[in-house]
Ligand binder design. Structure first.
Ligand code: ADP
Ligand code: MG
Length: 268
């Protein structure tokens, strides 16, 4: 049964629990993400962030609880009805912690490959290279160039990803995700491995994506820096349970959150 739906929300998590042989990795989490916001989920190592991420993307089926998502037609979907490989079709896109770029084809072609799930024409058209498919290819190329332009990546268009700085690759990966016209982008620790300057650039790219493509962005981060500078709402968890939810300032000032982070000081 669908919950009473607030039309501001794009995704609602209701009492999500994920247990692994007695470990309560996610222990009864509920929260909503508003359409168009940049939402951050933070927590110390082992808090359950990636597990929750995997419950949303259906890599795991939660032990208990529901994830509801409003699609582009305004229809509320129960994600129990979707398998991991179907999720992209609903407009939910994720990036992986390891880059998925093809290192020895151009940046532009990487975007075109990324856009492939969006091709409307069937195999028949693709095989015969009909006018329809040629039109689609031209449109995809124009979209790829526009995205590279808007994210300040156009200078890399003809280059191979191999050899480009890691911070640039992270941005190219986001550009590639945009090819599929996502409505909700979920990122698991996108700032991992980036230095401070690269993290700030990534924050700028995330703001730019929301502005230009009015997507909702769900950021999962261990590091507070990126989240505090870019998110409208932040939710902090520890041992699978909610510690605080609110503005970045509210969450940062929460004694429970400070305590949880102090507890792991030095292991990062
Ligand atoms: P985070 O991403 O916040 O660092 P995780 O979601 O990866 O945390 O892990 C939360 C807890 O669940 C940890 O105690 C971890 O060891 C445990 N865990 C995660 N995945 C599995 C799994 N597949 N099997 C057993 N335990 C797991
Ligand atoms: Mg993780």
């Amino acid at each position: 049964m669908e919950p009473a739906w607030n039309d501001k929300h794009i995704i609602s998590l209701r009492n999500i629990k994920m247990y692994f042989q007695g470990i309560k990795a996610v222990d009864d989490l509920s929260f909503d993400i508003n359409e168009g916001e940049i939402f951050g989920l933070i927590g110390p190592n082992g808090a359950g962030k990636s597990t929750l991420f995997n419950c949303i993307t259906r890599f795991y089926k939660p032990t208990e609880g529901k994830v509801y998502y409003k699609d582009g037609q305004g229809k509320v979907l129960d994600l129990d009805d979707y398998k991991a490989h179907d999720i992209a079709k609903t407009g939910i896109m994720r990036t992986f912690q390891n880059l998925e770029l093809v290192l020895y084809v151009s940046v532009l072609e990487n975007l075109l490959i990324g856009g492939h799930i969006y091709y409307n024409s069937g195999l028949f058209h693709q095989f015969l290279r009909t006018k329809k498919i040629k039109n689609e290819e031209a449109q995809n190329k124009a979209r790829a160039e526009e995205i590279l332009e808007k994210l300040n990546l156009i200078q890399y268009k003809g280059m191979f990803p191999a050899g480009l700085p890691y911070g640039v690759l992270k941005k190219i990966e986001l550009a590639r995700v945009l090819m599929t016209k996502p409505r909700l982008i979920i990122l698991d620790e996108p700032a991992a491995g980036l230095n401070d300057a690269e993290t700030e650039e990534l924050a700028e790219t995330i703001r730019q994506i929301r502005k230009e493509y009015n997507c909702t962005i769900f950021l999962v981060e261990h590091d507070m820096n990126l989240v505090m500078g870019v998110c409208d709402t932040v939710c902090a968890i520890s041992f699978g349970k909610m510690l605080a939810i609110g503005t970045p300032e509210e969450v940062q000032n929460s004694p429970l959150v400070q305590e949880a982070y102090l507890g792991e000081k030095g292991d990062d």
